[in-house]
Design a protein around this ligand. Structure first.
Ligand SMILES: *Cc1c(COP(=O)(O)O)cnc(C)c1O
Length: 362
């Protein structure tokens, strides 16, 4: 069977061990005699899967006890609405840093419900850097401060030690594309959310880590399905949860744990991304698009400077067993998304191909 190196930004590659385990358990999960897809979400088997997923995620992320973990639907995009609906409960004000398209979408949605302020934006330079901010400019009584921790499209990130200092204002982090990739201190956040389909599992589930004091203050008109309290009170089973996606996330958590936890992932991710960035920095043909100090470990955009060569690169790389290297339509060029499931051999294959392409085309 042929497997390619899949550099897609999302949905993206899953660890081969996870796919094999899912395949082994497809016809019968344990002795249940049925697949997880066919199971009642009220069954003992599924309850176990959900509790294991939750406790593994809690362990991997080192989530303190004063937080709840939820597995929700509607993708990360639904969080753009849930966060303002649930958290704009006192001053009705919130702060945003606009570091890419996702951050901007979150801001635009929050503006519909409250007074949303842009503290800083890097749109002036097509989001190629993380703006420096001064906490003097933050809204003192804001109900929350939102950042997109890793910018999937543009390839920048807030480093774990470079988060804005928001004091008592809850910091909200969209970690859809860098969850479980590097150690972040959950206690610095009021809420962390991540759509699973980048670095955590299949599409269809969004994991939310929310501090308990932020639950239960939703606006009166909040739809019941968009109220965090609904899902906390029913342990993510108010209605049918995305059972199979949660199950595959559980398998991914087991895989991450068996491979050194988030710390282990971080070490290998730094090695993988450094190798690729080093090659790009020393290349005569390829150029990175982002300032070095804010580079993502997960999404690596690069260009040749020629649209024709970029197109040729994408076309030829397919023939060498690499898929989805075409850059996002708003940036152009190429983007290699190198999530946890991308092995070092995939990076080596890409670099070897880039070397060859450079020799032939520079
Ligand atoms: C992909 C992505 C989203 C949107 O996720 P959906 O699950 O498709 O709604 C939001 N934020 C970031 C950082 C993303 O990478």
């Amino acid at each position: 069977m042929k497997r390619v190196y899949n550099f897609a930004a999302g949905p993206s590659a899953l660890p081969i061990e996870v796919l094999k385990k899912a395949s082994d358990e497809m016809l019968s999960y344990g002795d249940a005699g049925m697949s997880v897809m066919e199971m009642s979400h009220r069954s003992a088997s599924f309850k176990n899967i959900l509790q294991e997923a939750k406790s593994l995620y809690k362990e991997l992320m080192n989530v303190p006890d004063n937080y709840e973990i939820l597995f929700l639907q509607g993708g990360a995009s639904t969080q753009f609405s849930m966060i303002p609906l649930n958290l704009l409960s006192k001053s009705n004000k919130c702060d945003f840093m606009i570091t890419g398209s996702w951050a901007k979408k979150a801001y635009q949605e929050a503006k519909r419900y409250g007074e949303a302020k842009v503290i800083a934006s890097s749109e002036d330079k097509t989001f190629t850097y993380i703006p420096k901010v001064d906490s003097k400019d933050f809204t003192l009584d804001a109900d929350f401060f939102h950042i997109c921790v890793n910018n999937t499209i543009y390839g920048t990130r807030f480093k774990p030690d470079g988060l804005p200092e928001t004091g008592n204002v809850p910091l909200i982090g969209d970690m859809s594309s860098n969850i479980l990739s590097e150690v972040y201190d959950v206690s610095k956040f009021g809420l962390i959310y991540a759509g699973a389909q980048k670095n955590m599992g299949p599409a269809g589930v969004t994991a939310v880590i929310i501090r308990k004091d932020l639950i239960g203050h939703a606006k009166d008109f909040t739809p019941i399905m968009l109220n965090y309290k609904t899902h906390v009170d029913s342990d993510s089973c108010y209605n049918t949860p995305p059972c199979y996606s949660i199950y595959v996330c559980k398998l991914v958590y087991e895989w991450v744990k068996a491979n050194g936890g988030v710390k282990g992932m971080e070490a290998i991710n730094k090695e993988k991304s450094q190798k690729l960035y080093n090659f790009i920095d020393n290349s005569k043909l390829f150029k990175g698009t982002v300032v070095p100090e804010d580079r993502s470990l997960m999404n690596v955009p690069f260009i040749t400077g020629s649209d024709e060569l970029d197109a040729l690169f994408v076309k030829e790389s397919k023939k060498s067993g690499m898929e989805n290297l075409k850059g996002h339509r708003s940036v152009g060029g190429m983007r290699a998304s190198i999530y946890n499931a991308m092995p070092m051999a995939g990076i080596d294959t890409l670099i070897d191909f880039m070397k060859k392409f450079e020799t032939e085309n520079a």
